[in-house]
Ligand binder design. Structure first.
Ligand code: SF4
Ligand code: MG
Length: 295
């Protein structure tokens, strides 16, 4: 009897033909690397992976990765990814983008995809600033921080992505650090394997326009939840308490993992397999029946 061969794909499999043009030291390099490592760890064939982004420095990522991808519109990555997933729910759909794109203009899509528990992985490269447009305050800029658009200090409270994802209904909620490749790769692999909406918020410092939330800032403050004795990732209330921690110590790792039916599991139209493989034609009798009903 023939035995199945498990093929280990080299990391180069996932490298795109274009070299990233991010500033030297940008956290996004670490996130790209972690995504490559996660794909390798899961032995994902590139044909089964679809990466969608919006607009921003980090949203250039699909161009640097070998796989199917779409560089979509500002704030619309989750909407495009939702459509792709519903058309072919056999695909692993991964969304990549920044805090301005995802938690600003795109937040509405994000919340609704979470409450529907669509089986998507969303990696947000959170640098707490708008990088591509040269340093304005973003939805995650801390109160009081001086930026190009807040020269006297930001008067707004920042969004807390982890708490927001928890109350919106995401069923896998994690946070990583761009400088911790392997740890981040495990979080991303866990998110891709998770059946449901997964948010991986990543501290990915903008070395050019954010001189406060630097690599060093996070290295000094972050600690791993998996090293916390007794921390239970299925405990929603414990996750909320951890989500509210910030200075002086900031938790990273998996905050919460829950089991819920996904939108795809609940939608009758998807029960017969991916829409892309459905027969498009309709027999004459059914067509006439429908016409009669709507006439
Ligand atoms: Fe990265 Fe900031 Fe440079 Fe954009 S401007 S590539 S976010 S370091
Ligand atoms: Mg940003």
């Amino acid at each position: 009897m023939a035995t199945a061969t498990v093929v280990e794909l080299p990391l180069e499999t996932y490298k795109g033909p274009v070299e990233p043009d991010w500033c030297p030291g940008c956290g996004d390099f670490g996130v790209l690397r972690a995504l490559e490592l996660a794909a390798q760890k899961l032995r994902l064939p590139t044909k089964d992976l679809f990466i969608v982004s919006g607009i921003g420095c980090s949203s250039n990522l699909p161009g640097f990765f070998h796989g199917y991808g779409v560089h979509s519109l500002h704030g619309r990555a989750v909407a495009v990814a939702s459509g792709a997933k519903l058309a072919n729910h056999d695909l692993h759909v991964v969304i990549t983008g920044g805090d301005g794109d995802g938690y600003g203009i795109g937040l509405n899509h994000c919340i609704h995809a979470m409450r529907r528990n669509l089986d998507l992985t969303y990696i947000v490269m959170n640098n707490q600033v708008y990088g591509l447009t040269t340093g304005q305050a973003s939805p995650t800029t801390e109160k009081g921080h001086k930026t190009k658009s807040t020269p006297r200090g930001n008067v707004e409270m920042p969004i807390n992505p982890i708490a927001l994802a928890l109350v919106a209904g995401a069923t896998y909620v994690a946070r990583g650090l761009a400088g911790e490749n392997k740890h981040l790769a495990d979080l991303i692999a866990g998110a891709i394997q998770h059946h449901g909406f997964a948010l991986v918020d990543v501290f990915s410092p903008c070395v050019t326009y954010n001189k406060i939330n630097t690599h060093q800032f996070f290295r000094q403050r972050c600690y791993k939840l998996e090293n916390e004795q007794g921390y239970d990732t299925t405990d929603f209330e414990a996750a909320m308490r951890k989500a509210l921690e910030w200075d002086p110590k900031i938790p990273i790792g998996v905050f919460y993992r829950g089991e819920q039916l996904t939108y795809e599991d609940s939608e009758p139209a998807l029960k017969k397999g991916p829409l892309v493989s459905h027969r498009l034609s309709m027999d004459k009798g059914l067509f006439e029946e429908l016409m009669e009903e709507f006439y």
